[in-house]
Design a protein around this ligand. Sequence first.
Ligand code: G
Ligand code: MN
Length: 370
Amino acid sequence: MEAVAAVFERVLRQAGFDVMRVDDGERAAQVLLHERFDAIVSDIGMPKMDGIALLRCARELDLDVPILLITGAPTVDTALKAVEYGALRYLLKPIAPAELIAQVDQAVRLGRMARLKREALDLGGNSRMQLGDRAGLEACFERALDQLWTAYQPIVCLSTREVVAFEALMRSNEPRLPNPGDILSAADRLDKLDVLGRCVRRHVSKSIAPTSVPLVFVNLHPQDLLDRDLFAEDSALCRIASRVVLEITERASLDEIPDIKGRVAQLRSLGFRVAIDDVGAGYAGLNSIAQLEPEVMKIDMALVRDIDREPTKQKLVSAMTGLCREMNVLVVAEGVETPAERDMLATLGCDLMQGYLFAKPGRPFPEAVF
Ligand code: G
Ligand code: MN
């Protein structure tokens, strides 16, 4: 046991990591009380305090630190506990040095990204969705569905001055449910999120399929990931899957979606790509990036607003774009409203943008102004 830890220490040091090795779980827990780490590698079977207990203890002190648990004797029970307490990975012995280095390397990046997101969250106050009154909600929701339409907003590439995609945004002419948030919370209260999701996806495929629009971003509610219709090969959206990026928001927790990794893998096998939406505005943590392995991250407009005048936001976005480049993830900045925001974002390494500055969402398909 100690020999393995010593080998890991040597391998990671040679790869350039700063390593602190401790020889049992209790010591590790003590060290965690007053030191921060970019990643923790721990065996599950250890003297005094086992890896799962250490994991629980580390999570209480640090919500974001990635933890890699290692075992020679896997059991379903420990695997389940590891997931429940937020282990990033569960690795089986023996582990080749290159594999260890790659895993720790990725863990460190994911952990840094998680910290950046939490800082971003702390920057802006978290607004809570308001719920409408209950009376007549059902009828109102039905009317909203009947009058549903899709607005499209261009996503532009600044350096080439091209519109590279559109985001589809749900709209309804029902006056009592004036914005998408209201329609979504009505659907949620009525337990009809699946009905709404299907309706939105049908609308999008109908307007996009006959066009030459290369790429459309479609917002999903986490609950949509539980709907069989999303995974049906003969669904309208699936037929244009290679032109669709599914946006999964960070505003809602993904914890209640069982086997999210498998579900997202299935969506990929159908040809869809995946974006994390509202980065820096919602639930912070490692899990969304680690589980979804997104092709695109969309930086929330709360981080974009006045970025030219706020050094804290500049640092966050610059670090985020840097990490995303290393992870081969595209970044889109949302809600760009002023030339000063645009220019600062470009300086910080962000080339893809969306916002009123270029075009408001509108009937298919608004042109962008550069
Ligand atoms: O959660 P999501 O990022 O998908 O929501 C995008 C919302 O932001 C849409 O409702 C859209 O109308 C709105 N929006 C798009 N561009 C801008 C902008 O530049 N400024 C503001 N304030 N809102 C925007
Ligand atoms: Mn979106």
